[in-house]
Design a protein around this ligand. Structure first.
Ligand SMILES: Nc1ncnc2c1ncn2[C@@H]1O[C@H](COP(=O)(O)OP(=O)(O)OP(=O)(O)O)[C@@H](O)[C@H]1O
Ligand SMILES: [Mg+2]
Length: 359
C-alpha cells in the first residue's frame, strides 16, 4: 500500500519560494504525472517526496504516516533520474545489485533478485556488460532496475526518457506501463512530453510557479480545463484564446463578439452579463470548414502540411488562430476559408482566466 498525501507543502531556497502550498493526493497504485513549464518545481517536489530535500512547511503522508522527518532510505521510495549515472566500472548485474550489496545481502540472494529484475526489464542477456557497451535505452533500463530491486512502494521518475530518441521513447513508454502494472507500485512521473503524460497517467498534476494549476484524469484536463493556463498547456497545437465581449440583447441569442471580429453563439445558461469581458478557448482540432450562413470567414496566412493533417494559421499575425484540418484540404496562403465551431466545443473563461461555469 502506498497512498501519497501532500498537504500544503512549502519549500524555499533562501528567500526564493519554490513550492508555494501544494496539496496533492495520489491513490495507492496510481500512475501520477507531473507536468508544467521549466522551473515550476516538478523536480523539487520529487526531491521533497524522496527526502533529498527537507520540507519547510506542510505534511507529506505516506499511507497516513508522516514522512517529513523520516530518512530517505527508510521511506520505501526509489527515484530514477534523467541522468542515470550508472557506475561505469561495474557490470549491469553489479549496478542493479549494488544497493543489496551495500546491505550485505548474501551473494546468492542478490543473484536471484538481479536475475528476476533483469528478466522484467529484458536485460538478462546484458548482465555481464559494462554501461559503456549499452545503448541509451538499455542504460535507462539498468537505472530502473537499480530502483525496482529495492521493491519500493513508490517510484519517482524525473524525465526518464528525455535522453532517448523518438522510437525508443515509444517503446520504453509501453514497457514502463507494463512494469507499473506488474509492480503495482505507486508512480510519480515527471515529463515535458504531452503524449507521455496523456497516455501513461491515471492522473495529471499541472504545476505552475510552485502551485497546482489543476489535477485530474488526462481526458478531464483536456475537456474541462479549469483555467486558460491548463487549457493552453494541454493539447498541441495549443488552444486558441480569443478575447471577447458578451452580448445579451433582449430575447436574442447570447453571443460573444471577439476582438478579432469573429462572432460566436454562447450557451443561454452562461453565467456572464451583457458587456462582460471573457476569453473563448477553441482547440485547433475543433475548428472545421463550414458552408453554413453563420460561418466565420478568415484569411489563411500560413499552411503547414503534415500529411495526415494540415494546420492553417488564420487572421492577423498579431493574433493568429490555428485550425487543425484534414491533410488533403486545398487551402492556399491568401485565400479565404469559412469555418465553424460547435458551441459545445468552446471553452469559456472569465477575464482572469478561470473557467466560467454553466449554471
Ligand atoms: N538547491 C536549489 N537552490 C536554489 N534554487 C533552487 C534549488 N533547486 C531548485 N531551485 C529553483 O527552484 C525552481 C524550481 O526548480 P525545479 O528543478 O524543481 O524545476 P522543474 O520544474 O523541475 O524544471 P525543469 O522542467 O527545467 O526540470 C527553479 O527556479 C530553480 O532554479
Ligand atoms: Mg526538473
Amino acid at each position: 500500500m502506498a497512498t501519497i498525501e501532500l498537504k500544503n507543502i512549502r519549500k524555499s531556497f533562501g528567500t526564493v519560494d519554490v513550492i508555494k502550498g501544494v496539496d496533492i493526493h495520489i491513490d495507492d497504485g496510481e500512475f501520477a504525472v507531473f507536468v508544467g513549464p521549466s522551473g515550476c518545481g516538478k523536480s523539487t517536489l520529487l526531491r521533497l517526496i524522496a527526502g533529498l530535500e527537507s520540507i519547510n512547511e506542510g505534511e507529506f503522508l505516506l499511507d497516513g504516516k508522516r514522512m517529513n522527518e523520516i530518512a530517505p532510505d527508510k521511506r520505501g521510495i526509489a527515484m530514477v533520474f534523467q541522468s542515470y549515472a550508472l557506475y561505469p566500472h561495474m557490470t549491469v548485474a553489479q549496478n542493479i545489485g549494488f544497493s543489496l550489496d551495500l546491505k550485505k545481502v548474501p551473494k546468492e540472494s542478490i543473484r536471484r533478485e538481479v536475475d528476476e529484475v533483469a528478466e522484467k526489464l529484458q536485460l538478462s542477456e546484458l548482465l555481464g556488460r559494462r554501461p559503456a557497451a549499452l545503448s541509451g535505452g538499455q542504460r535507462q533500463r539498468v537505472a530502473i532496475g537499480r530502483a525496482i530491486i529495492k521493491k519500493p512502494s513508490v517510484i519517482l521518475f524525473d524525465e526518464p526518457l528525455s535522453n532517448l530518441d523518438a522510437s525508443l521513447r515509444v517503446q520504453m513508454r509501453a514497457e514502463l506501463q507494463r512494469l507499473h502494472q506488474e509492480l503495482s507500485a505507486t508512480v510519480i512521473y515527471v515529463t515535458h512530453d504531452q503524449v507521455e503524460a496523456m497516455t501513461m497517467a491515471d492522473k495529471i498534476v499541472v504545476l505552475k510557479d510552485g502551485e497546482v494549476a489543476q489535477s485530474a484524469a488526462p481526458i478531464d484536463l483536456y475537456k474541462y480545463p479549469a483555467n486558460t493556463f491548463v487549457g493552453t498547456f494541454i493539447g498541441s497545437p495549443r488552444m486558441n484564446l480569443l478575447p471577447a465581449t458578451v452580448s445579451r440583447s433582449n430575447g436574442a441569442q447570447v453571443r460573444a463578439h471577439a476582438d478579432n471580429g469573429w462572432v460566436l453563439s454562447l450557451p443561454d445558461n452562461l453565467s456572464a452579463a451583457d458587456g462582460d469581458r471573457i476569453q473563448i478557448g477553441i482547440r485547433p482540432e475543433h475548428l472545421r470548414l463550414s458552408e453554413q450562413a453563420d460561418a466565420i470567414a478568415a484569411e489563411v496566412s500560413v499552411v503547414e502540411r503534415l500529411g495526415v493533417e494540415t494546420y492553417l494559421t488564420l487572421g492577423q499575425p498579431s493574433e493568429p488562430i490555428i485550425a487543425r484540418l484534414d491533410g488533403d484540404i486545398s487551402a492556399r496562403v491568401g485565400e479565404k476559408v469559412h469555418l465553424g465551431v460547435a458551441e459545445s466545443a468552446c471553452h469559456l473563461f472569465d477575464d482572469t482566466g478561470s473557467a466560467i461555469q454553466h449554471s
